[in-house]
Design a binder for this molecule. Structure first.
Ligand code: NAD
Length: 333
């Protein structure tokens, strides 16, 4: 069986996913949803998509009558994900949604509930959950090869350009660097340490309040505490170039990755030596694995479902609250 996917939002990441899907064995691009007719034409000829599988943002509810589409992959600005995923669920199609799943936990919960009610799956585009070097470190941690895990450091950032882009618009982005890139350190802290955090502290700094307006974070440092006593210290920023590093320390060993979440190749080593797993195109593996999850009920090593997306949103809410209050915020995930 092959998962037949329509992509919603034919922007830069949607294009990357479509190109990667050319090499998928279990997933196939069969439809598009876009507000730009010229892009639709272009994608139709590039990927052989028939007219009847093309939709726009007004009429895509009709996808419910289309037997050639099993799932819709929502790859639009963050602030649009919630309503779009709920419409996809109501059309009876599985939803794959880009990260961040929504712009706060309340919205995320609505999405989880809507998909449950419609009896469709909701998955979040966490491509690192299928990346071989990442999975090897997780395997080593589970096997006790690092000993008791004590500390994680995640550094996630890049320098953002054009001040007019949606990523710097509070309504469409839901925030700034944290929603976009800081979320990799949040999610990474969870899968590297292998626990859910129970408290958060956070501090925000801004070098350019003109560019990074109210509610759009430029740089946030945050700390997470885990039930075992392990701690994480992380940095999320839109002002430092190519910041992409994970470090995990335990009583008996360590792992470090740099780059840790970019499109690859990911590079990493542990106390036992260099990680040599071959580079894979993240989105190709992700879509094949997601097809297995949706069509065959496969269980990924690290979850990629709506509940997983929701946990990151709860942590982001807590980080923003900790920044505002200057206080430690307790978490129950
Ligand atoms: P982009 O700006 O390149 O593309 C966004 C697309 O949405 C465009 O085609 C745009 O036309 C369309 N769109 C529809 N309605 C819109 C509206 N009202 N305003 C603006 N654009 C609208 O952005 P992108 O980089 O492709 O990011 C899209 C999503 O993918 C985001 O949620 C982002 O976080 C996520 N993303 C994930 C990864 C990853 O590695 N998993 C990488 C990049 C982006």
């Amino acid at each position: 069986p092959v998962l037949r996917v329509a992509i919603m939002g034919l922007g830069s990441y949607g294009t990357r996913v479509a190109e990667a899907m050319r090499d998928c064995k279990m997933a196939k691009l069969t439809g598009v949803i876009s507000g730009t007719p010229s892009k639709v034409k272009d994608w139709q000829s590039k990927y052989g998509i028939p007219e009847k599988n093309c939709y726009n943002y007004e009429n895509f509810d009709n996808i419910k009558n289309n037997p050639d589409i099993d799932a819709v992959y929502v790859i639009t600005p963050n602030g649009l994900h919630k309503d779009q995923v709920i419409r996809v669920a109501k059309a009876g199609k599985h939803a794959i949604c880009e990260k961040p799943m929504a712009i706060n936990a309340a919205e995320g919960q609505e999405m989880v509930d809507a998909c449950k009610k419609a009896n469709v799956k909701l998955l979040v585009g966490y491509r690192m959950h299928f990346e071989p070097k990442t999975l090897e470190i997780i395997r080593m941690r589970k096997a006790g090869e690092f000993g008791k895990v004590l500390f994680f450091q995640g550094l996630s950032g890049f320098t953002i350009g054009d001040p007019r882009q949606w990523r710097l618009n509070k309504k469409l982005a839901g925030g700034g660097a944290m929603m976009d890139i800081g979320i990799y350190s949040i999610n990474g802290a969870r899968y590297m340490v292998g626990e859910e955090p129970v408290w958060v502290t956070a501090q925000e700094t801004k070098t350019n309040p003109e560019k990074f307006k109210e509610g759009v974070d430029e740089t946030i440092q945050f700390q997470l505490g885990f039930p075992s006593g392990a701690v994480a210290s992380c940095l999320s920023t839109y002002t430092m170039n190519n910041l992409d590093r994970f470090f995990l320390n335990g009583e008996k060993g360590f792992a470090e990755m740099q780059p840790s979440t970019g499109y690859g190749p990911i590079k990493g080593r542990t106390h036992a030596g260099e990680l040599t797993h071959p580079h894979v195109t993240h989105q190709t593996v992700q879509m094949d694995e997601m097809a297995g999850i949706i069509l065959q009920g496969k269980q990924p090593v690290v979850p990629v479902d709506g509940e997983e997306g929701l946990k990151d949103l709860k942590i982001i809410d807590a980080i923003f609250l900790a920044v505002k209050s200057g206080k430690k915020v307790d978490l129950k995930l």
